[in-house]
Write a protein that binds this ligand. Structure first.
Ligand code: FES
Length: 134
């Protein structure tokens, strides 16, 4: 069964409109839906902006004109990452100072040790879309 047929079957079974999927080596790993979350002008270079979409609290981060998206939730103790300072692609949690790579989600220093979730971002015109789990 091809990936396209598999996706079509899933859409019919669950009455979903799937706009994006991540497929590797023939297996369906994760299905997500692209959701418009903000406009480019809302996220100036070197800044983060907190948005809500589909029950997720997210932090959009503009690093050199590229937009990245992470959970707005520090893995140390649920601090609001989107309120942290964004420097050189790293965001610092305003509560206890853990830093995360916004491209990969990797925790770069204590007290956080676990990565923060990252989400696929697509920019279409002036609009920012994020791939969120169904
Ligand atoms: S809550 Fe973020 S470093 Fe503690």
């Amino acid at each position: 069964m091809t990936a396209a047929i598999a996706l079509s079957t899933i859409e019919k079974q669950f009455s979903l409109s799937i706009s994006h999927a991540f497929i590797t080596t023939g297996s369906l790993q994760m299905v997500s839906q692209l959701v418009k979350v903000a406009c480019l002008k809302d996220v100036p270079e070197g800044h983060a902006k907190v948005v809500q979409a589909n029950g997720h609290e997210l932090a959009l981060c503009n690093v050199g004109g590229e937009i990245y998206c992470i959970d707005d939730l520090c893995t140390h103790d649920n601090g609001p990452l989107g309120e942290g300072e964004l420097v050189n692609g790293q965001i610092e949690c305003p509560r206890h100072g853990a830093r995360f790579d916004v491209k990969t989600g990797k925790a770069l220093c204590l007290p956080a040790v676990l990565p923060v979730s990252t989400y696929k971002v697509e920019v279409k015109g002036d609009d920012i879309y994020v791939g969120l789990p169904e």
